[in-house]
Design a protein. Structure first.
Length: 325
């Protein structure tokens, strides 16, 4: 599809990468009735990015359901690391079809090896019970008053930005409370940020869902790291980004509650209620600028790191439990 810009600041590589994401990465080739392949990836990651796997699997599943069905959930189990230079095969199993709903299981493989299992569920729009919380009461700066991710990284590191963090993203992310590389910031395992894609992407609701699925895996690990900073040592985020310690997504789920536009600002609140045995759980919500809750997300990550000091159980993640529900 062709992207058309509205009057927004020139975001350089962010906009170019969005174009590639929409016009190449998420345009998968059909090889059979329910088999698809993709040979495209966003360069710069040292592995096949999990959000890309989930978004491509959702795109493949969407090709096998009726156009009037809207995705309402995506569940991903990551099984092994993928190669960003190799072709990805996506085989869709039609698990369930009814008059109102459909469920698809997508097996993603490379060279015959299973990379991830993805379940996507779809439903026709229907009337029913409705309620929804609003963002936690606080004065939230407007996104246009906050630095972009590249601007914030340059302000902290100058020319010494960690190599993996130099990879530009096709998503415009602006941290509200703290950036994960902020020295001396609060250790509470929570954060808020604004995000959107930097260009208009049309009205295909499945594309908007694929792009939020892609974006949802970029930052969910961050609050898991915050209580585990080791004093004068570099921040855990920096050590992870430099490859001094290892980590990765284990599983990931996103629920779509209401229609939304990823090319309008969304406020993402997320927090980590627990980490144990090298695994951390992160929970999040996405709100429109008007405060409507449109999507929720959960992720478990593995962080292969033993902190030098114990972390007190009373970190104040429990002080505002509404941010975790």
């Amino acid at each position: 599809m062709s992207l058309s810009r509205d009057p927004r600041p020139d975001l350089g590589e962010t906009g170019l990468l969005l174009r590639r994401l929409v016009e190449e990465v998420l345009v998968i080739e059909r090889r059979g009735a329910d088999e698809f392949v993709s040979g495209h990836s966003i360069a710069g990651f040292d592995r096949l990015y999990g959000g890309q796997i989930a978004a491509q699997a959702l795109r493949a599943a969407g090709h096998t359901v009726a156009e009037d069905l809207r995705v309402h959930s995506v569940h991903v189990s990551y099984l092994r690391l993928g190669d960003p230079t190799a072709e990805l095969t996506l085989v869709v199993e039609r698990v369930r079809d009814t008059r109102r709903a459909a469920t698809r299981l997508v097996r993603t493989t490379q060279a015959g090896g299973l990379i991830a299992l993805v379940t996507a569920s779809f439903q026709r729009d229907t009337a029913g019970v409705e309620h929804g919380r609003t963002p936690a009461p606080a004065r939230i700066p407007a996104p246009d008053t906050l630095p972009t991710r590249p601007e914030s990284l340059r302000a902290t590191f100058g020319e010494a930005v960690p190599e993996n963090a130099r990879t530009p993203w096709p998503i415009d992310v602006r941290h509200v409370d703290r950036a994960p590389w902020s020295v001396g910031a609060t250790p509470e395992p929570r954060n808020r940020m604004w995000l959107r894609v930097p260009d208009r992407v049309g009205d295909d609701s499945l594309l908007h869902a694929c792009l939020l699925t892609y974006a949802s895996d970029l930052t969910m690990f961050e609050p898991v790291l915050y209580p585990h900073e080791d004093g004068p040592d570099p921040l855990l985020w920096e050590r992870l980004t430099r490859g001094e310690i290892r980590g990765g997504s284990l599983d990931h789920t996103i629920w779509f509650h209401r229609p939304f536009r990823i090319d309008d600002w969304l406020l993402h609140e997320h927090a980590s209620p627990v980490a144990a045995e090298g695994r951390g759980l992160s929970l999040g919500h996405y709100f429109t600028a008007e405060g409507t809750l449109v999507a929720s997300v959960a992720q478990e990550v593995a962080i292969l790191h033993t902190p030098r000091r114990p972390v007190l159980s009373e970190v104040s993640v429990t002080a505002q439990p509404e941010e975790l529900t």
